[in-house]
Design a protein around this ligand. Structure first.
Ligand SMILES: Nc1ncnc2c1ncn2[C@@H]1O[C@H](COP(=O)(O)OP(=O)(O)O)[C@@H](O)[C@H]1O
Ligand SMILES: [Mg+2]
Length: 297
């Protein structure tokens, strides 16, 4: 059997021009989006998706147009949080796929929208022999397609809800070289900070700008007396930010209403702007906007 080295040129596949044209398509899409921000942590379950959705709601409240790319291909949940699922028919025209329209008009693209039924898992292959390299190549391609084939239109912000793990950043960085920055999210626990610290180190090494660190579920506000108390043991996450030389952009308290789904398709932030947690989300959003404005001045 011949190997690639034995082939003259590209073996007739025209692969170089295919790659160039895909890159051009992606750049043209991204050029219409002013700021691209990834939200990540390395750790699962710390609130990346919930915080992404509520940051989006706050940005919309301030008059910005916002989209969210659900980059968590294996555990997509942005669609569920914003009321868009596989029941929404995909509209495909010459300019690509129309994104889903979630609560508050937030544009969404997620693997969830491509599944046949709401409880269908993402299955990359039925082949039990498939290697992890092959599956990872499939995942990379899917991410590129979700980003490049979606007709995002003009947007002020595209938020990228990252999966757990630091390795996907390589992909995103490659796809979106002009990324405005990354928001790291941790909870106060020592274990979460241990993992997030690795993610920060990796982004620093890759030269990915870090907008700052959010400490989610930092405190619990008693619904009866409004007193704030600690929810987890662990060093202050502010210390982690200063050890890593990044901005600490705020604490978001634990609030049971964040996990409550609203039938109206509204989000926690919109309905609870004046709560302690609502105000904390707004303050984090101000810090993100400030970082981006300072960078572009
Ligand atoms: N500040 C918060 N207060 C209360 N519950 C929260 C908060 N942040 C996240 N949650 C809940 O924690 C769980 C994990 O959040 P999720 O956003 O799915 O995390 P991740 O995307 O990091 O895996 C969800 O049930 C979510 O509703
Ligand atoms: Mg998530």
């Amino acid at each position: 059997m011949k190997t690639y080295e034995d082939l003259a040129g590209d073996g007739g596949s025209n692969i170089i021009s295919q790659v160039v044209s895909q890159r051009e398509k992606l750049s043209a899409r991204l050029a219409k989006i002013k700021h691209k921000v990834a939200l990540m942590s390395g750790k699962g379950g710390v609130g990346k998706s919930s915080i992404t959705a509520n940051i989006a709601a706050c940005l919309v409240d301030q008059g910005y147009s916002v989209g969210i790319l659900d980059a968590d291909l294996n555990g997509p949940c942005i669609g569920n949080l914003l009321g868009v699922g596989c029941e929404q028919k995909l509209v495909i025209d010459d300019d690509g796929i129309d994104p889903g329209e979630g609560a508050l008009g937030i544009k969404i693209m997620s693997m969830d929208m491509l599944l046949l039924s709401p409880d269908a898992p993402v299955m990359w292959t039925d082949d039990a022999e498939a290697t992890s390299t092959w599956v990872s190549t499939m995942e990379s391609t899917a991410l590129r397609e979700l980003l490049a084939d979606t007709n995002w239109g003009e947007l002020d912000y595209l938020l990228i809800d990252m999966p757990p793990g630091s390795d996907r950043m390589d992909n995103i960085r490659d796809l979106i070289p002009e990324l405005a920055g990354v928001v790291e999210i941790t909870i106060p626990s020592q274990l979460s900070q241990y993992i997030v610290s690795k993610s920060i180190t990796k982004n620093n090494r890759m030269g990915v700008p870090i907008i700052g660190l959010i400490e989610n579920m930092a405190t619990y506000v008693c619904p009866h007396c409004n007193q704030e108390g600690k929810l987890f043991e662990g060093q202050d996450a502010e210390k982690l930010s200063s050890q890593k030389g990044i901005n600490y952009i705020g604490k978001i308290p634990f609030d049971t209403r964040i996990s409550r789904k609203t039938d109206s398709g509204s989000l926690f932030y919109t309905e609870n702007k004046d709560s302690v947690t609502g105000k904390a989300i707004a303050s984090v959003v101000d810090a993100i906007i400030k970082f981006i404005e300072d960078k572009s001045n």
